[in-house]
Design a protein around this ligand. Structure first.
Ligand code: ZN
Length: 199
């Protein structure tokens, strides 16, 4: 049992464990307080696993190939960050590393760390702080912005050289969607209920 405030009229409610596909409504104004998601655990694990595969492809395969005459230069996600760093653009290199490499990876590993034990009905240490951290860092994944930057760069550089998008670009683009699906599949009410923490 935990408490939730109505976002419309601020009335405080005690929320009991919810049936699957059930919804809790405010007793005063009828606003939907929360909706239990069906198969939240399975869907979170499935999307997150797919995300990890795409992540590995996005990090290891070439991102872009630039061809100018007979010179071909390939860039991968990590070497791109390395190039930013070696050109002295430390802050941007750090931000890209954090928001496109470390945080998405942390989010996916964190989700699997919480949801696989939930699926198997086993308790793991630090599940509550890990989930709290996951919720805290949710807005910190900014792969969309990086993707936009890449697309703009491709259009601009396209006038000077032939740009061939690599496999990693496609994986990275898909990863943005897949990670979003994984995050929206998370039923945080259910997770707190199962972990025994407060929301
Ligand atoms: Zn209300």
């Amino acid at each position: 049992m935990h408490q939730i405030a109505c976002h419309e009229c601020d009335l405080i409610h005690d929320i009991p464990p919810m049936p699957t596909r059930g919804a809790a409504c405010c007793v005063r104004c009828g606003a939907v307080l929360l909706r239990a998601q069906a198969n939240s655990i399975d869907r979170t694990i499935a999307w997150t696993t797919a995300g990890l595969v795409l992540y590995v492809v996005a990090v290891t395969f070439p991102f872009l190939a630039m061809r100018s005459g007979s010179i071909i230069q390939e860039t991968a996600l990590l070497t791109g960050i390395q190039q930013l760093y070696s050109q002295g653009i430390y802050m941007l290199a750090f931000l890209v590393l954090l928001t496109c490499i470390l945080i998405p990876l942390g989010q996916m590993l964190g989700l699997l760390y919480i949801f696989i034990p939930l699926k198997l009905n086993v308790r793991v240490k630090f599940a509550i702080p890990v989930f709290r951290l996951f919720q805290h860092f949710k807005p910190w994944s900014m792969m969309e912005i990086y993707m936009l930057g890449i697309l703009i760069a491709m259009v601009k550089l396209g006038k000077m050289a032939t740009i061939v998008p690599g496999l990693a670009v496609i994986a990275f683009g898909l990863l943005i969607f897949v990670l979003n699906f994984a995050i929206t599949a998370v039923d945080s009410h259910m997770v707190w209920e199962r972990l025994g923490g407060e929301s």
